[in-house]
Design a protein around this ligand. Structure first.
Ligand code: PMT
Length: 226
């Protein structure tokens, strides 16, 4: 079974980890790359769903596929684990916050003259949980792609994420390059697959980059031959 007819789950945008009622830890992901993937995926399979952190309402307007809004990395984890099933494709394009404050104050923390220190704890790694669930729930024929946002030793770090997170594919964006990564309308990606392919893409609009990613996934599914 190729992409058509499969359930395709895309994540996008940042997550937020609050430390008081008005302040949070997050990052600069706009959700544009995730939306581009969900739009392109919906052209191929009507069973597309987009799990997103807090992003602009304008980006979500009139989308013909299911959009599921979440806030924290834990929420995103729960939603992803709920949606994955046999034969589904997961593309983790979101930039979930990696750390969360240990304590969330019920009241706004008052400004002080001294520095303050906020103790942070690691959030769960969604992709590692997916790989554990894949074995535990005996999910058949799942295809999992991740992204790597890197600024140095880019290929080495991307390949170590491919292996550590037991992915089928990783899309490396060197976010130190102009025109790649967070917030902009273009991306510069290199796609690495578990089967050993390496595809270097030029600078492309996020729509075109999304289309190339899905084409590469289709090629990988063809190699599976079932
Ligand atoms: O949203 P845009 O402004 O369009 O920007 C797009 C993007 C730069 C955010 C996107 O292209 C991208 O690179 N997304 C991944 C960002 C990221 O979190 O990279 P990472 O190298 O820290 O994480 C590696 C992989 O693990 C990613 O697939 C990430 O979704 C996943 N992850 C990360 C943290 C976490 N707690 N659980 C995860 O599963």
């Amino acid at each position: 079974m190729l992409l058509k007819g499969r359930k395709i789950i895309i994540t996008g945008g940042p997550t937020r980890e609050w430390f008081d009622p008005v302040r949070y830890i997050s990052n600069a992901s706009s959700g544009k790359m995730g939306i581009a993937l969900a739009d392109e995926s919906n052209n191929i399979s009507k069973n597309t769903c987009f799990i997103h952190g807090p992003i602009s309402e304008d980006l979500l307007k009139n989308k013909p596929y299911r959009c599921i809004g979440v806030e924290t990395t834990n929420d995103m984890l729960e939603s992803v684990l709920y949606e994955i099933e046999d034969n589904s494709v997961l593309i983790m394009c979101a930039a979930p916050a990696d750390y969360s404050p240990v304590k969330k104050s019920d009241e706004k923390i008052k400004k002080q003259n001294e520095n303050i220190f906020i103790e942070m704890t690691r959030t769960p790694d969604i992709l590692k949980n997916v790989s554990a669930a894949r074995e535990f729930r005996k999910l058949n024929n799942l295809f999992v792609a991740g992204f790597a946002a890197e600024t140095s030793n880019t290929e080495e770090y991307a390949l170590s994420k491919l292996n550590e997170k037991k992915l089928d594919m990783i899309c490396l964006n060197d976010v130190s390059k102009e025109g790649a990564g967070f917030g902009c309308d273009t991306n510069i990606l290199t796609l690495f697959t578990r089967t050993g392919s390496k595809v270097e893409l030029p600078i492309l609009t996020k729509d075109k980059a999304a289309s190339e990613i899905l084409k590469q996934i289709e090629k990988e599914l063809l190699k599976r031959n079932y």
